[in-house]
Design a protein around this ligand. Structure first.
Ligand SMILES: NC(=O)c1ccc[n+]([C@@H]2O[C@H](COP(=O)([O-])OP(=O)(O)OC[C@H]3O[C@@H](n4cnc5c(N)ncnc54)[C@H](O)[C@@H]3O)[C@@H](O)[C@H]2O)c1
Length: 323
């Protein structure tokens, strides 16, 4: 397969935040069809509205569990995919509600995909891992060889999924690329249950509530705009040199949570109180990606600066809020 032109694509978690942008980008790159496999745990039909409007029957949605090998086998038989992108997961904060469920969902999906690859039902997989597998930075910046020190059961499930897939690659010489994005933000990120800091803060500002910072706000993340992530994922999917590798994608910059919240307040024209709440348990303290390996293959991966990305994200939520 060269590029995604004419490709038959499966996207697990394709009705979610990053997954729906992968759907759009794959279709824009000329994919012949995109099959979304999503339980709609946090996915939304609206996230696929633009793709459906522009590409009609080329978009097919299966409301199935990507960890159900029977369902996935049937989907692959029907779709005959050239490639799958695995983005299905339950949000990190779900770990605190159902720790074992958060772990198992990641592992069961990786297991089903591993078996599909082994049996040739799926020729290629781009698997989304997460920077969360590293836990708090032992060294900054964090390369792919950073130890796996998962601090939540979500992260433990992501790390276990990565290891399972890698073992299948070693045993059966399969075509798998593992991508570890750092903190994503942008349009369509869930602002309801289990929401992350950017959509949560924007929602509070739009609803006239004071933003909240958990802990001292000095905990850092590497914030990466979703369009940059998706561009990197698609480029890695179509670069033979990424086969069998695990690659970080992020901005390479470290930003404190307080700075993100204050920037959003500034964008919203809010000068009121910022509420301080107790620190979240098992909250990663520092994160900054080392993206040397991805950039050696792709060139610069971070194109949208934080302020610009937050402005775009705020304005998307504002239009969505007004609709
Ligand atoms: N958002 C980030 O900052 C970030 C950072 C690093 C890695 N990632 C990874 O990127 C991927 C996408 O994350 P996101 O932020 O878009 O999350 P999201 O919650 O918006 O999307 C995940 C989607 O998976 C679906 N889903 C859950 N369980 C499923 C199952 N068993 N079968 C099929 N679908 C299922 C959900 O309904 C949802 O639509 C995940 O693998 C996540 O670990 C995200």
């Amino acid at each position: 397969m060269s590029g995604l032109n004419g490709a038959r694509v499966v996207v697990t978690g394709g009705a979610g935040f990053i997954g729906s942008h992968v759907v759009d980008a794959a279709l824009a790159a000329g994919a012949q069809s995109v099959a979304v496999v999503d339980t709609f745990f946090l996915g939304h039909e609206e996230n696929l509205a633009a793709a459906r409007a522009r590409h009609g029957d080329a978009v097919k949605v299966y409301r199935e569990d990507a960890g159900d090998l029977g369902a996935m086998t049937a989907i692959c038989r029907e779709q005959r995919p050239d490639i799958a992108f695995n983005l299905a997961t339950k949000a990190l904060l779900y770990s605190f509600f159902n720790p074992i469920g958060a772990f198992e969902v990641n592992v069961s999906i990786a297991a089903a995909l591993s078996e599909l690859l082994r049996h040739g039902a799926l020729p290629k997989l781009v698997h989304l891992s997460s920077s969360e597998v590293y836990g708090t930075a032992q060294q900054v910046s964090m390369g792919e060889d950073h130890p796996l020190l998962a601090e939540t059961s979500y992260a433990a499930g992501k790390a276990a999924a990565d290891l399972l897939l890698m073992s299948y690659v070693n045993m059966y010489d399969l075509d798998v690329v593992t991508v570890r994005p750092f903190n994503n933000y942008g349009p369509r990120q869930n602002d309801g249950a289990f929401a992350a800091i950017v959509p949560l803060t924007i929602k509070r500002l739009l609803e006239g509530d004071a933003p909240v910072i958990e802990g001292d706000g000095r905990q850092t993340r590497d914030f990466f705009y979703v369009q940059d992530t998706v561009a990197a994922i698609l480029a890695l999917a179509t670069t033979g040199a990424a086969r069998g590798r695990t690659l970080n994608v992020g901005s390479g910059r470290e930003t404190a949570i307080r700075e993100v919240v204050e920037t959003l307040c500034d964008i919203a024209g809010y000068s009121g109180e910022i509420v301080e709440a107790p620190a979240r348990p098992a909250d990663v303290r520092r994160h900054r990606a080392d993206v040397t390996q991805a950039e050696a293959l792709l060139g610069t991966v971070s194109r949208i600066g934080l302020r610009e990305g937050l402005e775009r994200t705020y304005s998307w939520h504002r239009s969505d809020f007004a609709a």
